[in-house]
Design a protein around this ligand. Structure first.
Ligand SMILES: O=C(O)C1=C[C@@H](OP(=O)(O)O)[C@@H](O)[C@H](O)C1
Ligand SMILES: C=C(OP(=O)(O)O)C(=O)O
Length: 441
């Protein structure tokens, strides 16, 4: 895959145009493999993300005896073994770079009869796991971690889990999902309440696999002791991958771009609201599926036209709905007229990199004035220059600077980009197909 290069270079491109479909949603792909593996019967997944994160999750289940076929690219047939059919793994379970993989798996593995060990790469090994260890322990799980609650996680099997009424201290779909997945194995009822509603893919998909569940914004409730029944999963295109092109087309004068069949789960599309407040011209067309449907994801074509952007105070209520889009939003802010203020986004500091610090360092290297705050940043819009920036092993940082390069007065070199394959295989080809002029060295 040509994204595998260690470095990209790019300079200001021509107007972006054409139509494209980005790869499948990462959150939905992880969950489809997990629930397919734990279901009774054969689940077909179409639109599966062929990224390193989601492939790692599939390999973890193969290690525990689940047969997963790949009839064609982006398709999986998962031969479910039922809730209690996983086999004790003979090796460590490697989640690669994926926080979603490790945190959701910890919930599944807490309910097993066998011991297991979850490990990850250098970036994942620095990410906090206390947030899942604490509620799972309260449910009766036994989990040992590295120092400070960091991976690896040794999860002891054979414990009886009890349902829990849990209020998540941070808005995190990963924590909510870990608790709900453990709840499948628990006695009694498990309820999760969130400080701000987060993406509800686990809830929707549990319903689609026939598990009785009640859920609404910020709250989910299920009982243990039911069965998952195999189904078909259609994975929508990943909004977070589309986000880079939405920002690029908004920024580059003369652009008009169509992004096809993008997943429009309302807990994912906060970036659209923020960009529209900044003056962006984004139209939603060919809308299909209903946001309220328990087991179907809404999708839409997005038509993005260049428009001059102005700085805003990003409403804090939008933060969970655009949590992975801040690196791209920082680029939009750096090119907008005036000041943009981001608050209430401290979670950015515990992603694949500290995304506030990494974006601040990169934007400064390109001559942008940006001030970090503990939970956000203040960005003065203006001119972007050329220079050299580092992704610090973070896929979303690498792709965001590819967008920044489209506006730069000078050439931009982006170091350490192999990580883009975790979420967006084929990024360079797609970016170039719409005119972004990225070179992989
Ligand atoms: O549940 C999920 O699939 C995800 C939840 C979010 O993480 P948090 O739960 O840590 O906010 C997000 O950043 C991540 O990319 C995917
Ligand atoms: C934070 C992300 O993913 P994860 O937590 O699964 O590593 C992301 O993809 O931006």
């Amino acid at each position: 895959m040509s994204d595998g290069g260690q470095r990209w270079s790019a300079g200001a491109g021509r107007p972006l145009g054409g139509a494209l479909k980005v790869p499948g949603d990462k959150s939905v792909s992880h969950r489809a493999v997990m629930l397919g593996a734990l279901a009774e019967g054969t689940t077909r997944v179409r639109g599966f993300l062929e990224g390193e994160d989601t492939r790692a999750t599939a390999r973890v289940f193969e290690t525990m005896g689940v047969r997963i076929e790949t009839p064609s690219a982006s398709e999986r047939i998962v031969h479910g073994v039922g809730l209690h059919g996983l086999r004790a793994p003979a090796t460590e379970l490697d989640c690669g770079n994926a926080g979603t993989g490790m945190r959701l798996l910890s919930g599944v593995l807490a309910g097993q009869a066998f011991d297991s060990m979850l490990v990850g790469d250098a970036s994942l090994s620095r990410r906090p796991m206390r947030r899942v260890i604490d509620p799972l322990t309260a449910m009766g799980a036994r989990i040992d971690s590295g120092e400070g609650g960091l991976p690896p996680l040794r999860i002891h099997g054979g414990n009886t889990l009890q349902g829990i009424d849990y209020k998540t201290p941070v808005a995190s779909a990963q924590v909510k999902s870990a608790v709900l997945l453990a709840g499948l194995y628990a006695r009694g009822e498990t309820v999760v309440t969130e400080p701000h509603p987060t993406r509800d893919y686990s809830e929707r998909m549990l319903a689609a696999f026939g598990w009785p569940i009640e859920f609404g914004p910020g709250r989910a409730r299920l009982g243990g002791g039911h069965r998952l029944r195999a189904t078909e999963v259609e994975v929508p295109a990943d909004f977070s991958s589309a986000a880079f092109f939405i920002v690029a087309a908004s920024l580059v004068p003369g652009s008009e771009l169509r992004l096809r069949a993008v997943g429009m789960n309302p807990r994912r599309t906060g970036l659209l609201a923020a960009l529209r407040l900044m003056g962006a011209d984004i139209r939603e067309e060919s809308v299909a599926g209903r946001a309220g449907e328990a087991d179907a994801e809404p999708v839409a074509d997005l038509v993005v036209r260049h428009a001059p952007l102005r700085g805003i105070e990003v409403p804090e209520a939008l933060v969970p709905d655009m949590i992975d889009e801040f690196p791209a939003l920082f680029v939009a802010a750096a090119c907008a007229q005036g000041r943009t203020v981001v608050r209430g986004a401290a979670e950015l500091r515990v992603k694949e990199s500290d995304r506030i610090a990494t974006m601040a360092a990169g934007l400064r290297a390109l001559g942008v004035s940006i001030q970090e705050t503990p939970d956000g940043a203040i960005i003065e819009g203006g001119r972007i220059g050329g220079g050299r920036v580092h992704s610090h092993g973070d896929h979303r940082i690498a792709m965001s600077f590819a967008v920044a390069a489209q506006l730069a007065h000078g050439s931009v070199t982006i170091e350490d980009v192999a990580n883009v394959a975790t979420s967006f295989p084929g990024f360079v080809e797609l970016a170039n197909s719409i005119g972004m002029g990225l070179q992989a060295d």
